[in-house]
Design a protein around this ligand. Structure first.
Ligand SMILES: *[C@@H]1O[C@H](CO)[C@@H](O)[C@H](O)[C@H]1NC(C)=O
Length: 307
């Protein structure tokens, strides 16, 4: 009988525990626990994006850092004040209910929609990590990474080469400081000249945007000529040797990533891809990587630190 009871209790534990272990994010997670959650985030994002054009790319960048396990919503990243603003309002409306991880996933969506992307439904129900700073920051893609390295870093977190091209396509908005560009312009790999993958007719323009020995903190658009709109012109710039980051330009050197870029550009004879549609899908994949759900983690009271 004792043994029967213990088997029964094991069975009970399995039955109860399994749904928790399988808990996943889903659309509308807060529909009863905090019905205004998504509209509060959306209104907050709209307010900030309209007063500061660096907010939308900042939130996208933050999702990247989060996914590649660097610091969680981080005070140093542009756009962090949006997360904190939304969190303050949500704590007033529904204390202890909405996670910072969900606020970030929703805010990144709402910000890209504000600058021209199509909307998509964000599954929610994430919980926040109990550590604030991850020790391993080595896997965040870098602006000097080859395509092989970029593919590897994405594959390591479960993202495909198509996700890579799609998410790098997010550089259709955003800026970079000249200190990460100038090395390509004057004495690239000690050659005495510029990176040969830069369009020679574009080089003087880029050199005037980032002058030799100029201000390394000056920021320039990643999508030349269209930095404030979410569109596919980024891929045309890359095709034309006008990619600003070495890692972005390198997508054109690799046949797999070039093919995806061409499909986004709508090249005749290739199965077309729509950046607006694929971007949402890849963002959902990225924001679901390594999430805490169910009873894992916690709901932070303040997004910059654990409770
Ligand atoms: C490029 O860098 C190398 C190594 O530092 C240096 O020897 C060379 O003089 C530089 N060339 C120019 C044009 O600045």
């Amino acid at each position: 009988m004792d043994s029967f009871l213990s088997k029964l209790s094991i069975l009970f534990v399995l039955l109860v525990a399994t749904p928790l272990a399988l808990a996943q994010t889903r659309v509308g997670f807060y529909s009863t626990s905090c019905p205004r959650a998504e509209s509060i985030v959306q209104a907050t994002v709209k307010k900030h994006v309209n007063s500061d054009s660096t907010v939308a790319p900042g939130l996208l960048r933050m999702v990247f850092h989060d996914c590649f396990k660097t610091a969680r919503p981080n005070l140093l990243l542009r756009g962090y004040e949006v997360i904190e603003d939304a969190k303050t309002q949500l704590e007033a409306a529904c204390p202890g209910v909405v996670s910072c991880a969900d606020i970030l996933a929703l805010a990144a969506r709402d910000a890209t929609v504000e600058v021209g992307a199509l909307t998509y439904r964000v599954p929610t129900g994430r919980r926040d990590g109990r550590v604030s700073l991850a020790s391993d920051t080595a896997n965040l893609p870098s602006f000097t990474d080859s395509v092989a390295v970029q593919k590897k870093k994405f594959a390591d977190v479960g993202l495909s080469a198509q996700d890579l091209v799609t998410l790098v396509g997010g550089h259709t908005i955003g800026t970079v400081a000249c200190q990460f560009v100038s090395y390509r312009l004057y004495n690239f790999t000690n050659s005495g000249g510029a990176d040969p993958t830069i369009d020679p007719s574009f080089l003087p323009t880029l050199q005037s945007l980032c002058p030799k020995n100029g201000d390394g903190n000056k920021r320039i658009a990643l999508d030349y000529g269209s930095g404030n709109n979410f569109d596919r012109s980024f891929f045309k710039n890359v095709r034309d040797g006008r990619g600003i980051l070495e890692s972005d330009q390198s997508l054109w050197q690799d046949s797999t990533t070039r093919n995806f870029a061409q499909r986004f550009m709508g090249i005749r004879g290739l199965a077309g891809l729509t950046l607006n549609v694929e971007f949402g899908k890849s963002m959902i994949k990225m924001t679901n990587i390594g999430v805490n759900t169910g009873t894992a983690g916690e709901i932070r009271k303040v997004c910059s630190r654990v409770n």
